[in-house]
Design a protein around this ligand. Structure first.
Ligand code: GUN
Length: 282
């Protein structure tokens, strides 16, 4: 029987732990605060931001949303980030990506104080992850690791294949698997004989953003398949990067979309914000 990894359940456990610790902090007069910046009106970003706000309420954080119009200038955005860097009520700052055309994402990420960078996107935090000495882990890859831990899926010595090399998921995902002694391969759009590589994987992570890209013939019998995709199928229905119905017959464990990696990303964001708050109040 294939295990369907329940991201909602694991996420609820992580958030409950954060809620308990937050309650203790609040008793001491400290409330963790997260600022979420959203620019423009991308519908997917709106859903993600709403979910992040809801999670903040659930664990007892202060959450402040800054919804800016798509016409916002780079200077205005940077000046908001600067204000939030100084704001004592705010421990974590997150600028929802992608930004509308004309805005420089890299400059915005680098303007966020590394101490408040709960996405772990700042070059200084990325560098710390690389050397294995970090405060924050990037939310989605760390969420994947938490799911593996929760289901007692060992990484050490396993063939781990990541499809996709983005700064947000693919690259840091590979690094975290490496930290746990996996043998890691990163594949991407220029990889030759992709299927031959993915078929080697004991743990296969799909993070490419193409609906149902990973088909059963690309998966080894008994593999663990993690689907980071948030795509729309030909009927506009939410689906992942993995052809779930067919792949699930072949693997030993798989994450569904929705209800897999997505909720975990938010749970780790809550963990990171709590940690940022603790560090800043130390
Ligand atoms: N866009 C897609 N994923 C993320 C994320 O984890 N953080 C932010 N800030 N933007 C995103």
């Amino acid at each position: 029987m294939t295990i369907i990894i329940d991201g909602k359940k694991v996420s609820a456990q992580v958030k409950e732990q954060v809620r308990i610790e937050t309650e203790e902090l609040v008793k001491k007069g400290i409330r963790p605060g997260l600022a979420v910046i959203i620019v423009g009106d991308d519908p997917a970003s709106r859903v993600y931001v709403n979910n992040k706000k809801k999670a903040c309420e659930k664990v007892g954080f202060l959450s402040k949303e800054f919804a800016l119009p798509a016409t916002t200038t780079q200077e205005e955005l940077l000046s908001l980030v600067k204000e939030l860097n100084e704001d004592k009520e705010i421990n974590g700052i997150l600028c929802q990506l992608p930004l509308p055309k004309g805005l420089d994402e890299k400059a915005v990420i680098e303007a966020i104080s590394p101490l408040k960078d709960v996405d772990a996107f700042h070059a200084s935090n990325v560098g710390k992850i690389m050397i294995g000495d970090y405060d924050f882990l990037p939310c989605t890859p760390a969420g994947v690791m938490e799911m593996l831990h929760s289901y007692n899926i060992p990484v050490e010595g396993k063939e781990c294949v990541v499809i996709g090399r983005s700064n947000i998921v693919g690259k840091p995902m590979a690094m975290l698997l490496l930290h746990e002694n996996g043998t890691v391969t990163i594949t991407h759009s220029r990889t030759k004989n992709l299927k031959e590589v993915t078929k080697r994987a004991d743990i296969l992570v799909a993070a490419i953003g193409k609906p149902k890209f990973v088909t059963a013939d690309m998966v080894k019998e008994g593999a663990v398949v993690i689907d980071v995709g948030m795509d729309r199928d030909e009927n506009g229905k939410l689906c992942g990067d993995v052809d779930f119905e067919n792949v699930k017959e072949k693997c030993s464990a798989i994450t569904p979309v929705p209800g897999g990696v997505g909720p975990m990303t938010i749970a780790v964001l809550m963990k990171n914000t709590l940690k940022a708050c603790k560090i800043q109040n130390n």
